[in-house]
Design a protein around this ligand. Structure first.
Ligand code: M6R
Length: 612
């Protein structure tokens, strides 16, 4: 949460920083700001406002000093508010004395620091960040040494932070330091730059490194240095981005969400194909030590939101195919349940960003107690990827829309490969059975493509729920698992209160809420559950609900006379979650876009959740 930038180089800082902020805006869009050091005036000027980066740009057009138009050094911030309301004053950067900074994270002891460093009269905002600026300014006043001041300051801080700092006496230099909250950095002929995530760096280079925790970065126009807190030099560990250069562009789509829904067939293929050898799943490209799969006895999936929902599908398949119980935990609740964890535990952490703090904490908790840890992650070099013992990377490419789509189906595809590999390793399936399973998995991208080809029908069906303020999504078995994701998608982008319910459970309470004003979205893709599922759908229809039914084509005969239906392409039941997911994503997308909402940046949300 919150996107931060630092740049010093040969380009116009204002342009580099506002471009990067636009890219990072998915991390928070309550306010935006930047600080520029004018190459002529040598002063550091701050421009900031509540609102979007576009508001900041308008402000710059009207108010920016001429010298700042040529500035070549600066820091920038896009905010997801934690301490203090969404106001101009609370927007970053913050300045106290000689120090100007931006921050991502939460400083837990900001009240104590305010008292200890006698900052009360000096602070203008309600933020924890400004307190850090105050502490840093106090230490700087003692030594006039930026690195020493930073080292002293971070020793005082409790909490998580990524700080990007400018000092008045060093107007061409940017400093940074972090604990937990991410920072990646690069050096190129155009200058030195750092940011909260990779999407902001693609403009210049595909080389980057992750700033190690409690290490000071010192960025100059044509050089970049890293230091320990004790002043010893550190060599960066350079990595190469595996994303194509323009993969974070909108590519002519009105919204990233639609683009990313469309990218799913390719994402699934790119995730699955390199991991199949003659039809048998093979994780040698991931350097996976397979004892993690064979020597563990208890599997837990810990993740948040959409990522957690992939665990529900895995749980369902693992029971049926591997005869293994899988716990699926909300990462934010994991440690409070005091789970029984030991050396025979396999904790699978699923995360698109690899930065979700709750998931990261769950991994640390399990590791500490001896568990083996496996990440299913989209972003290389991310914190969770580095924390896990082994990682399987999804090849989804950058996901920019706050609503997760292609991450979900690519994470699922890895779980399907894991199921087949474990079944193979444990002798549950012979090679033929494994090949048969993976052959169906390889057909899922085509099935998703077929759904994309009927998007117009889904758009028309979406009109049935446009005016709803509450609705239910109902289904049984794997459909119920898929609907939990479909329901999250709808509520987060359309603001319709949607609840996924197991069809059989409706009569135990929630059916009392069904009226003519409560549409029901039903999913029926599991042949053995069709009859029971349909009678539940008829029960809600008899109580006035209008029903939209997503049904597997082969099971759809005659149903169009009873319901508004969308036919989903035929795959064996256990693979139907792929086309179903895509159809429900499109439903949510069209409701949101038809209502005129900012589909990619839903109210109150942020793409990367780095605060607990
Ligand atoms: O980056 P992660 O996969 O760890 O993110 C987890 C959730 O925050 C994320 O899936 C969230 O639920 C999405 N907004 C859902 O669309």
């Amino acid at each position: 949460m919150c996107g931060i930038i630092g740049y010093t180089g040969s380009e116009t800082a204002q342009e580099v920083i506002t471009d990067a902020l636009t890219t990072l805006e998915y991390r928070g869009y309550d306010s935006a700001g930047l600080a520029l050091s004018g190459s002529k005036s040598r002063s550091i000027d701050i421009y900031k406002c509540a609102g979007r980066v576009s508001d900041l740009k308008s402000m710059l057009e009207k108010k920016m000093k001429p010298a700042d138009r040529e500035a070549t050094c600066g820091v920038g911030h896009t905010r997801w508010a934690t301490h203090g309301g969404v106001t101009d004053t609370n927007a970053h950067p913050h300045r106290v004395g000689t120090v100007t900074l931006v921050h991502n994270g939460i400083i837990e002891n900001y009240r104590e620091l305010t008292d200890e460093f006698r900052l009360k009269g000096k602070l203008k905002s309600e933020t924890d960040t400004e307190v850090v600026a105050g502490v840093l300014d106090s230490f700087y006043a003692e030594s006039e040494d930026p690195k020493k001041a930073i080292a002293e300051t971070v020793k005082e801080l409790k909490g998580t932070f990524a700080l990007v700092v400018m000092f008045a006496n060093y107007p061409d230099v940017v400093f940074a330091v972090r604990n937990v909250s991410p920072i990646v950095a690069t050096q190129s002929p155009q200058g030195s730059m750092l940011a909260s995530d990779l999407t902001a760096l693609t403009r210049f280079t595909d080389r980057y490194f992750v700033l190690p925790e409690y290490t000071i970065a010192e960025l100059h126009r044509s050089a970049l240095y890293l230091w320990t807190l004790n002043g010893k030099p550190v060599e960066p560990e350079w990595l190469t981005m595996d994303w194509e250069k323009n993969s974070a562009d909108k590519g002519g789509y009105p919204f990233y969400m639609e683009k990313e829904i469309d990218e799913q067939p390719e994402g699934i293929r790119k995730t699955v194909e390199p991991r199949l050898k003659d039809g048998i799943p093979d994780f040698s490209c991931d350097e996976l030590d397979e004892s993690i799969l064979t020597d563990t006895e208890e599997i837990t999936v810990a993740a948040c939101g959409t990522a957690m929902h992939t665990g529900l599908v895995f749980q369902n398949l693992a029971r049926k195919i591997l005869h293994t119980e899988v716990n699926v935990c909300l990462a934010s609740e994991y440690m409070y349940g005091e789970p029984v964890v030991g050396e025979k535990t396999l904790l699978i952490a699923v995360s698109q960003s690899g930065e979700t703090i709750d998931t990261l904490e769950a991994v640390k908790y399990a590791k500490k107690r001896g568990a083996r840890t496996l990440g299913i992650i989209n972003v290389r070099g991310s914190s969770i990827a580095r924390e896990c013992e082994s990682v399987l990377f999804t090849n989804a490419g950058p996901e920019i829309a706050v609503a997760s789509t292609k991450a979900y189906t690519t994470q699922l595809s890895l779980f399907y490969l894991l199921i087949a590999r474990i079944a193979y390793l444990k002798g549950i399936w012979d090679e033929d059975k494994v090949r048969d399973f993976t052959a169906h998995l390889c057909r899922t991208p085509d099935a998703v493509d077929e759904v994309l080809n009927i998007r117009k029908d889904i758009h028309i069906i979406a009109r049935n729920i446009l005016e709803a303020s509450d609705l239910f999504m109902i289904g049984r078995g794997l459909d119920y698992a898929a609907l939990q994701e479909g329901s999250l998608k709808l509520k987060e982008v359309s603001y319709i209160h949607s609840e996924a319910y197991a069809s059989g459970e409706l009569k135990h309470g929630p059916i009392a809420l069904i009226t003519e004003e409560t549409p029901v979205v039903a999913l029926a893709t599991q042949e053995s559950l069709l009859k029971k599922g349909l009678s539940n759908v008829r029960e809600v229809r008899s109580r006035g609900a209008s029903v939209v039914l997503f049904v597997k084509n082969a099971m759809s005969e005659g149903l169009e006379q009873e319901f508004n239906i969308v036919r989903l392409p035929d795959l064996p039941d256990e693979f139907m979650v792929f086309p179903a997911a895509c159809a429900l994503q499109l439903l949510a997308y069209y409701v949101s876009s038809d209502k005129g909402f900012d589909v990619d940046k839903p109210r109150n949300l942020a793409k990367v959740v780095t605060v607990e």
